[in-house]
Design a protein around this ligand. Sequence first.
Ligand code: KIV
Length: 290
Amino acid sequence: MSTTFTLDTATSRANPTPAPMKRLTVPAIQRRKFEGQTGEPLVMLTAYTARQAQLLDPHCDMLLVGDSLGQVIYGLPSTLPVTLDMMIAHGAAVVRGSYHSLVIIDMPFGSYEASPQQAFASASRIMAETGAAAVKLEGGQAMAETIAFLSQRGIPVMAHVGLTPQAVNALGGYGARGKSQQEHAKIIADARAVADAGAFAMVLEGVMEELADALTASVDVPVIGIGASARCDGQVLVTEDMLGMFERVPRFVKRFENIAETIDSAAARYAADVRARAFPTDDQVYRPKK
Ligand code: KIV
C-alpha cells in the first residue's frame, strides 16, 4: 500500500497545507555544488513527524529522517536499536508533511552493512513504502561498493563520514574525529571513495574544521556539515537540538529557541488550571443548542 498520499487536513490537526510546490530533486541538489551555487549553502534539518515536516519544509532544501530519532523520540541510548520499520513509519510521515524539500531517510544499523544485496532490499523498502527520494548510510571506503550498487540501481545515496554514530562502539565515543594525521587522511580517503562510488552528497560530522575545509574542496558533491565548518556546502542540525529541547548542548549546536522552557511553562499553566477547575470553561464544553 502506498503511504505517499498527502495529509488529510480534515481529519488531522495539521493546518491546511499550501498548494504543493515542486519538490527539489537529487540532481538539483547535486548541481548546486557543480554550478558553484553552494555559495548559498544548502539547508538541511532533521524531521521525524508530519507536522514537524510541514513547519520546517518551507525553510529547508532537504529534510533528513535521521536515525537520531532513536534517541530524540524514543529515548534510546544510541542509534543502534533503531529498526527499519521505525525509519519507514517516520519517513512516510515526513513525506506526507512536506512538498518542497528533498526527503532523505537514514538506513538503520544492521540494515545495509552485510552486503550490497542486503542494502538494496532495505533501501528499496524505504523508497517504496515512504515515497522518499534518497537514503543515507554511514561509512566510507568500506561502503563504496554498496553505494555504487544502490546508485546504479536507481537509489540515490547520501553518505555519512567523519564521526559515524552507528560505529560508536568501535570509535569509543562521540568525540571529534580527524585530530591525528592518520585519521585526517583516512576521512579524506573515505569522502573521495563515497563520492567516486556515486554518492550524490555526504554528511560530514564531528571533525576538525581544517579537515572539513580540505574535504569540502576535494570532492565534487555537496558536503553537508554538522560539527564541521561554516565553509561546507551546507549545514544540518538535529531540529530538537537547535530548538533547545534538551538540557545538554553539544559544542556544535546553536540554540535558536528554548522550546523546553515553553513546553514546561505551558504544562505548568495547564496543570494549575485543571487543579483549580479553571479548565475547561464554558468555551470548551458541549451543550445543547438553544
Ligand atoms: O541521524 C541523524 O540525525 C543524522 C544527522 C545528525 C546528520 O545523521
